[in-house]
Design a protein around this ligand. Structure first.
Ligand SMILES: *Cc1c(COP(=O)(O)O)cnc(C)c1O
Length: 396
């Protein structure tokens, strides 16, 4: 069904038009208030119109918008250093505008490393079912979701998609042409599936054994979403060689980053990669301010505390609606409910109760609220969800 406007019909947005945001709330022109429990899909982690981010962006807007990477961008080296300090394992950063570009840079870094370190035959990138890595040709191929590839073939060679959790298939698939393993520590789009810690450590060991690059896609599960700055930091000994981040690190301003160990990035020299806009002055200014806020002591503590409360409340809801909710999914404030009724029905109905939620694979109702929410916001969301489920039940 084509909508009556000139925008590509790739999305089917509801009728509501949001014109203003404040904290975890969005407002329409008429002043109707909605509780935002999806945050532009895990992007607006600091809430909408955070005064500090607004101030920094405004100040930067009157100074300098754009340079391109042919000149040094004030604050970029500092932001890279700050993230490398947080990560411990990373030594180099390439800034991008989006998650797909960050994943793209990660895959190029891995292949270039293999190529220039004496293994030009190592080109294949292994990923897993349920993965999501973006919508460019190569990241769609890496994601391996046939639905997103349909009609866009031929698939780009050099990608192998394996069944999530099939350890034997993985061991069998690794060959002399394997370059890297690409994985989300918590699958977002695929249905909010966290990888068990022993799996991350197992992947690390496997990559070390075979000389492969381990790439994490933390575009969705990073930036404090799970209660650590990055999700893999929950796992001792589970660090990657390369990592893509985006979404939350810009607090709503387009900013992505590819992090790599100094070793992995050593062959990414002049001429190998580039971006006109990536890591521009506006994005970097906001990125530094967003990290300032994420570094505040209460920030990650709040994510852990509120997500525990949310989980409890979800358990209660599941007990209340055993015929509608299958199970709880996710980690931290990237949490969802696998439904027994169509997830889309619940998402649409929730609008009637001024609650914004999303969907993910496996019929999961996806929630990724701003990370600054309080228990009161959780109560408000649960109340709206309860009413929504009652409506859906009555309609079904
Ligand atoms: C959203 C997402 C991407 C793509 O990010 P864009 O900014 O939309 O290009 C890649 N990987 C994961 C895990 C994501 O959630």
């Amino acid at each position: 069904m084509a909508a009556n406007n000139h925008i590509y019909d790739c999305y089917r947005p509801p009728a509501q038009e949001f014109v203003r945001g404040e904290g975890p709330y969005l407002y329409t022109e008429d002043g109707d208030k909605y509780l935002d429990f999806i945050a532009g899909i895990a992007v607006s982690g600091l809430g909408h119109a955070h005064p500090k981010l607004v101030e920094v962006l405004n100040a930067q807007a009157s100074k300098l918008w754009h340079l391109s990477n042919m000149f040094r961008v004030e604050g970029a080296e500092r932001l890279a250093e700050r993230y490398c300090d947080h990560l411990g394992w990373a030594g180099k950063v390439f800034f991008t505008n989006s998650g797909a570009e960050a994943v793209e840079c990660a895959m190029k870094t891995a292949r270039r490393y293999q190529h220039d370190s004496g293994h030009p035959e190592r080109v294949d990138i292994i990923s897993f079912s349920g993965a999501f890595h973006g919508r460019t040709m190569s990241t769609v191929t890496a994601g391996g979701n046939p639905k997103y590839m349909k009609g866009f073939g031929p698939a780009i060679p050099g990608f192998i998609n394996l069944e999530f959790g099939d350890h034997e298939a993985l061991k069998e698939a690794i060959s002399e042409t394997t370059a890297a393993i690409l994985v989300e520590p918590v699958q977002g789009e695929g249905g909010l599936r966290p990888l068990p810690p022993e799996c991350l450590r197992g992947l690390r060991a496997l990559c070390d054994e075979h000389g492969l690059m381990l790439i994490y896609d933390e575009v969705q599960c990073g930036a404090g979403r799970t209660g650590k700055l990055f999700a893999h930091q929950w796992v001792e000994g589970g660090h990657p060689d390369i990592m893509a981040a985006a979404k939350g690190i810009g607090g709503g301003y387009p900013l992505g980053a590819c992090f790599a160990t100094a070793e992995a990035a050593q062959y990414m020299v002049p001429g190998t990669h580039g971006s006109t806009y990536g890591g521009g002055p506006m994005a970097i200014a906001v990125g530094n301010a967003a990290l300032d806020l994420m570094e505040e002591e209460e920030f990650l503590d709040n994510v852990v505390k509120v997500s525990n409360f949310l989980k409890q409340q979800f358990e209660g809801l599941k007990d209340e609606f055993p015929d509608m909710i299958e199970e709880l999914r996710g980690k931290g404030l990237l949490m969802g409910l696998q439904m027994k009724v169509p997830n889309v029905d619940v998402k649409v109905k929730a609008l009637d109760h001024n609650l914004l939620v999303g969907t993910a694979g496996d019929n999961v109702l996806r929630m990724a609220p701003p990370l600054i929410i309080t228990e009161d916001h959780v109560r408000e969301a649960i109340d709206a969800l309860r009413k929504t489920l009652i409506d859906v039940k009555a309609a079904g």
